[in-house]
Design a protein around this ligand. Structure first.
Ligand SMILES: [Zn+2]
Ligand SMILES: [Zn+2]
Length: 205
């Protein structure tokens, strides 16, 4: 919600739709429909409340049952509005810097967060290497992995979608995985799937 990428229910539904149809005709953001479409244009068309509702019921029925996610669906953009007001007030208080604080803390931050996330949909379905032979075009791309805190090891993620670990080789730096590990130590994350599958050894004759 802070990154203004839609409500959590919307995000989950689109994400699952992507995994179910990766680089196929029903993929919401495949580079097969053009780089700029997969990067950011897919995000722009307006969907009616009914269309979104159908999407949520089909792809996020677990979240759909929880009224909290419906509240988030209606209010997620208010989080950014409230933050903008707060930044402006704090900046003004600090000495007439209201506009400057809004530009840095809201506008520039959102642009950077958007493109870091969007590169996962565009660049890591186009460029990089593959550890796994998946049926989609997903790839591992180091600079997207750094920008997106690990999600850029995208071929690993597509091959093992329920795994919390995205970096599967020792040098595939995965910041998010370390945050999850910390949450687990603190008892805030449970039932974490962390078993990186070992490459199959060819059976000896
Ligand atoms: Zn995913
Ligand atoms: Zn993908």
């Amino acid at each position: 919600m802070l990154s203004a990428e839609g409500s959590p229910m919307q995000w989950v539904a689109v994400h699952r739709l992507h995994h179910a149809n990766s680089d196929d005709v029903d993929d919401p953001h495949s580079p097969n429909d053009g780089f700029w479409w997969s990067h950011m244009l897919w995000f722009l068309p307006y969907d009616t409340a009914e269309e979104n509702d159908r999407l949520h019921r089909r792809w996020a029925p677990d979240l759909y049952r929880d009224p909290v996610f419906h509240l988030f669906q209606k209010t997620f953009i208010l989080v950014s509005v409230a933050l903008g007001v707060l930044l402006y007030a704090a900046g003004e208080w600090a000495g007439g810097l209201g506009v400057s604080w809004v530009l840095w803390g809201l506008c520039l931050r959102l642009v950077l967060a958007y493109h870091s996330t969007w590169f996962v949909n565009s660049a890591t379905h186009l460029w990089g290497y593959r550890n796994y032979e998946t049926t989609d075009m997903s790839r591992n791309l180091w600079w997207v992995a750094l920008l997106s805190y690990g999600e850029g090891w995208h071929n690993n993620h597509h091959a093992h979608q329920r795994l919390a670990v995205h970096g599967h080789k020792w040098w595939e730096i995965d910041v998010t995985w370390n945050v999850i590990r910390l949450l687990r130590v603190l008892g805030l994350a449970t039932k974490v799937q962390d078993r990186i599958p070992q490459p199959k050894v060819a059976a000896s004759r």
